[in-house]
Design a protein around this ligand. Structure first.
Ligand SMILES: Cc1cc2nc3c(=O)[nH]c(=O)nc-3n(C[C@H](O)[C@H](O)[C@H](O)COP(=O)(O)OP(=O)(O)OC[C@H]3O[C@@H](n4cnc5c(N)ncnc54)[C@H](O)[C@@H]3O)c2cc1C
Length: 486
């Protein structure tokens, strides 16, 4: 960028998942060419690089889970497999020619704000000094591995679902799956017909919204290819449709949430024939209180003669398998921990030191928070994508990140135009925002009586509690009164 276009700015983007790739493309598009993307792994993709388990697909439609500027006519299914999403992200990276800006194999481990700039240090000892940091480090990123007694002594293969060991033979083996989130449900459907016996260790039953996953026939894909308006029309239509869902979950009394509940209940009643199994699979809380499971085949697959749902708690792991609280040993060859992620880690364990020696650890000593999930007091010129308490319900995080990035660019313009050289939210604005967010969360379905990863240590949903339209409006232009600008 030339001087007459404002102050030249150097950027570091941390992470080359969906949000980091977006940042690189959008920075360049806005005329900011001086940036480096740091990625600790050896490839782009984040979530979609790390999760390779059988049955993985997105659970929002692929035509919605796409960058608005890179719609693809080629999605194979309504909810396409994970490997297709990974290929899509790699393809977008290539086509926008941002791969050259990525330093792979470099984890940013430390950053300190000194004399108006961020001094960064990576795991290889490389140093960089930048004006702006964009943290695109992910939410569902650090696997949560339960500390079952005896796990190390298991004689079979045991691994977390996000660290799938593809060398392990599954066909004809006895496989146990711990957990009942979207991941576990997808794995059950994909594996049950391949294995000798499948045991699902269920702590909490889940409501399952019946959702088929049809393939797009060739002629339909061809029609998308030859008519970009048709593709764009589908994207907009899905955005609207998912807006309805987004609004339903924030009002526990809405007719839409009742409709979702009715559909889930009918799915269970009509599609699980064995009364005993049906009761095991019946949740004792309201649908969508936990992240809603979308599946058109789970109930069918879990009723296979070689499948079993175990509701007794896991007591310990033994060399031969899993011992449950009722004393029974479930003998296994493979144990899959579909036990989710540490959802409050975000960019940690990175160490960040902001103004007046204030650190990220100080700021998040109780729990992670950020104004509109983007800015933290006294960590100036550092912005997060998919940061704490942002919209995470069943909608596309790509749309969320695109809106957030548009907002961040406007804060960056203040720096470029010399209106200030440091910008971060004020502590008061963050406090006010958090109070309003906590209050609004009281009406949501997430607090209607279940345990879920949406809830923080106080039981407050760590997500956006207002209509999605309000999020769009907030992201349209920053309220500068909320910002400390120097
Ligand atoms: C199984 C699964 C299914 C999902 N399905 C959906 C879905 O259907 N719809 C949806 O909207 N969302 C879904 N999600 C959420 C998904 O995580 C987001 O949609 C999206 O991929 C997040 O992108 P991201 O770039 O923000 O984070 P990530 O994809 O997590 O990428 C973060 C990147 O940052 C890198 N990184 C982290 N820390 C550092 C560091 N210190 N230095 C350098 N690099 C670092 C990581 O290696 C990673 O590559 C799903 C998540 C999972 C786990």
């Amino acid at each position: 960028m030339d001087d007459d276009q404002g102050r030249p700015l150097r950027f570091a983007v941390i992470g080359a998942g969906m949000a980091g790739i977006l940042s690189a493309i959008k920075l360049r598009e806005a005329g900011y060419d001086d940036f480096t993307v740091y990625e600790k792994a050896d490839r782009v993709g984040g979530t979609w690089r790390e999760n390779t388990y059988p049955g993985l697909s997105c659970d929002v439609p692929s035509h919605l889970y796409s960058y608005s500027f890179a719609l693809s006519p080629d999605w194979s299914h309504r909810f396409s497999p994970g490997r297709e999403i990974q290929a899509y992200l790699e393809d977008v990276t290539r086509r926008h020619d941002v791969e050259g800006a990525i330093r792979f194999g470099e984890e940013v481990v430390r950053g300190e704000f000194v004399d108006g700039r961020w001094r960064l240090e990576t795991s290889t000892g490389h140093r960089d000094e930048v004006d702006v940091v964009i943290a695109a480090t992910g939410v569902l990123h650090h696997p949560r591995v339960p500390d079952f007694e005896g796990l190390d002594e298991f004689e079979g293969a045991a691994f977390h679902s996000a660290r799938w060991d593809h060398d392990v033979q599954l066909d004809g083996r006895r496989v146990g799956i711990v957990g009942t989130g979207s991941t576990a449900i997808q794995i059950v459907s994909a594996l049950v017909d391949r294995v000798e016996h499948l045991t699902l260790f269920q702590r909490t039953a889940q409501w399952v919204f019946p959702q088929d996953n049809p393939a797009y026939p060739d002629d339909e894909r061809e029609a998308f290819r030859s008519d970009p308006d048709r593709l764009a029309g589908l994207h907009s239509h899905l955005k609207e449709l998912f807006g309805v869902f987004a609004n339903a979950v924030i009002d526990a009394d809405s007719p839409e949430i009742r409709m979702i509940e009715d559909a889930c209940r009918a799915n269970l009643e009509e599609n699980v024939s064995d009364p005993e199994l049906r009761e095991k699979l019946r949740p004792d809380y309201r649908a969508a209180c936990k992240r809603l499971i979308m599946s058109g085949d789970f109930y069918d697959r879990i009723q296979r003669p070689n499948a079993e749902v175990v509701v007794e708690g896991i007591d310990r792991i033994e060399p031969a398998g899993v011992r449950t609280a009722d004393g029974r040993l479930h003998e296994l060859d493979v144990l899959v921990l579909a036990t989710g992620f540490q959802v409050d880690a975000f960019m940690r364990p990175m160490e960040l030191v902001g103004r007046h020696g204030r650190t990220l650890s100080d700021a998040w000593a109780q729990r992670p928070s950020a104004y509109l999930s983007i800015s933290i007091p006294d960590l100036p010129n550092l912005f997060m994508l998919n940061g704490p308490n942002g919209p995470v319900g069943n909608f596309s995080l790509i749309e969320v990140a695109e809106l957030q990035f548009g907002y961040i660019l406007q804060l960056v313009e203040l720096l470029r135009d010399g209106e200030c050289s440091e910008v971060s939210v004020t502590a008061e604005a963050l406090e006010e925002y958090e109070a309003a967010r906590t209050e609004a969360a009281k009406n949501t379905i997430w607090v209607s009586g279940c345990r879920s990863w949406y809830l923080d240590d106080r039981g407050v949903p760590a997500t956006w509690p207002w209509p999605f339209d309000r999020f769009r409006k907030e992201m349209a232009a920053p309220d500068l009164a909320a910002y400390d600008r120097r």
